[in-house]
Write a protein that binds this ligand. Structure first.
Ligand SMILES: O=P(O)(O)OC[C@H]1O[C@H](O[C@H]2O[C@H](CO)[C@@H](O)[C@H](O)[C@H]2O)[C@H](O)[C@@H](O)[C@@H]1O
Length: 347
C-alpha cells in the first residue's frame, strides 16, 4: 500500500452533468465528470445495451450459469438502492427496497459498499443481516473470518465489543487530517450558496447539486486551495460531488475482495459475486471482478456510459425487481432441491 496520487484527476465542473442526462443531448465533458467517457457520436441506449445487456432480460441465463455456485451480493447505496435526490440527508430507500435486500440477505451473504460513512449508510438501510462497508470501503464491519491483511502497515483490525465482528479501517491514521480538512472546507465554501460538505468519516464529499452553475468554478478553486495543503489526499468526481479521500491503494474493489476473504469465499473457484452499482467508484469493483474472472458486475444507468460492467439495470426500481427475482429464484431452487431429496431424485 502507498501513496497513489496526490492531485485532482478529473476535468473542471461543467453545468448539466447529471448522469441521467441523455448522451444525445449532453456534451461529452459532462459525461467525463459523472460517468466516464463515451464516444461523442449518437450512441443510443439501445446500441449500448447490446454490449451491457439488461440483468432482468438476462436473468434466466445468468442463473442457469450460477447453478451450484456460491453467490455473494454486493450493493452500492446512492443511485442503486435509493434514487438520487437533491439533499443527501434525505436519500432514503423505500420500504420495498429494504424488504427486498433483507430477503436477498436471507439466502446470500450480502454487503452494502458505499461512499457514505458506515454509520450513515446503516442508518439508511436499517438491516441487521447485511455487512456494511462505508467510506468507499475504508471502513468495514465484517465477520471475524481469517483476515488476509494487505501489508500490515495501514490496516487496523479490531474486534468489536461483542467480539463477533471485525472492524477494518485501513485509513485510520488519516483521521486527524481529515477532521482538520473538513473544518477548513466548511469554512471555505460556506459562503457559496447550496454547497454542502458531508462527513463520510474517512472521506469528505463536497456537493454542488444545489450550487448555481456560475459558482461551480469558484467552488472548485476553493476546494482545491484546501486540498493543496494535504498532499496525501486526492480529489475525484462523482455525481455532482467532489470526493476527497486519502491516497491509499484501497477502494471498493479491495473492499469486495476483503469481504470475500472474510466470508471465507476468497479462494473459492465456485464463488459468484453479484455487484450492483451506479457510480465511478463502483468501477473499481467491476475491474476486480473482471480480473478474477468471476461474477456479474451490473451497472445502474439510464444512459450509455463507459463501464467495465457486463450487465445493466436502468434505475433503482429495476434493482428492486432484480433483487426480488434473485431471492425468489433461490427460494424456489431450495424448495425444488428439498423436494428432490424427499422424493429421492436429483434436480
Ligand atoms: O457509493 P455511494 O453509496 O453511491 O455514495 C456516493 C455518494 O453518494 C451520495 O451523493 C450522491 O447522492 C446524493 C443523494 O441522492 C446526491 O444529492 C448527490 O448529488 C450524489 O452525489 C453521498 O451524499 C456522497 O457522500 C457519496 O460519496
Amino acid at each position: 500500500m502507498g501513496i497513489q496520487r496526490s492531485s485532482t484527476n478529473k476535468p473542471k465542473m461543467q453545468p448539466g452533468n447529471d448522469r441521467s442526462t441523455s448522451i444525445r443531448a449532453s456534451n461529452v465533458i459532462s459525461h467525463l465528470i459523472e460517468g466516464g467517457p463515451i464516444s461523442i457520436d449518437d450512441a443510443s441506449y439501445d446500441t449500448w445495451v447490446v454490449e451491457h445487456p439488461s440483468a432482468l432480460g438476462s436473468f434466466d441465463q445468468m442463473m442457469r450459469a450460477a447453478k451450484g455456485k456460491k453467490i455473494a451480493v454486493f450493493l452500492d447505496y446512492d443511485g442503486t438502492l435509493a434514487p438520487i435526490v437533491d439533499n443527501p440527508d434525505l436519500a432514503f430507500m423505500s420500504d420495498e427496497m429494504r424488504a427486498a435486500v433483507r430477503e436477498v440477505a436471507k439466502y446470500f451473504p450480502t454487503a452494502i459498499i458505499s461512499g457514505r460513512s458506515r454509520d450513515k449508510v446503516k442508518e439508511f438501510v436499517q438491516l441487521s443481516n447485511v455487512f456494511y462497508a462505508g467510506s468507499h470501503g475504508m471502513d468495514i464491519l465484517a465477520p471475524p473470518r481469517p483476515v488476509k491483511s494487505c501489508d500490515g502497515k495501514h490496516h487496523t483490525v479490531a474486534l468489536d465489543k461483542k467480539g463477533n465482528e471485525v472492524l477494518f479501517q485501513p485509513a485510520k491514521k488519516f483521521l486527524p487530517a481529515i477532521q482538520k480538512m473538513r473544518t477548513a472546507l466548511k469554512e471555505k465554501v460556506m459562503k457559496i450558496q447550496g454547497a454542502r460538505v458531508e462527513d463520510n468519516r474517512f472521506c469528505i464529499s463536497v456537493h454542488f447539486r444545489q450550487v448555481r452553475e456560475e459558482d461551480y468554478e469558484i467552488l472548485e478553486k476553493k476546494v482545491k486551495s484546501v486540498l493543496e495543503h494535504y498532499p496525501e489526499f486526492h480529489l475525484s468526481w462523482g455525481k455532482k460531488v467532489m470526493e476527497i479521500r486519502p491516497s491509499i491503494e484501497w477502494d471498493k474493489g479491495n473492499a469486495l475482495e476483503y469481504l470475500l476473504d472474510t466470508l471465507g469465499l476468497g479462494n473459492s473457484n465456485d464463488v459468484l459475486p453479484v455487484y450492483i452499482g451506479d457510480d465511478r467508484t463502483d468501477e473499481d469493483a467491476f475491474k476486480v471482478m473482471l480480473r478474477r474472472g468471476q461474477g456479474y458486475p451490473i451497472i445502474v444507468t439510464s444512459s450509455p456510459k463507459d463501464t467495465k460492467a457486463s450487465f445493466s439495470l436502468r434505475d433503482p426500481s429495476e434493482v428492486l425487481t432484480f433483487l426480488l427475482r434473485l431471492a425468489r429464484w433461490r427460494k424456489s431452487s431450495s424448495s425444488s432441491r428439498l423436494l428432490a431429496q424427499i422424493w429421492g431424485v436429483s434436480d
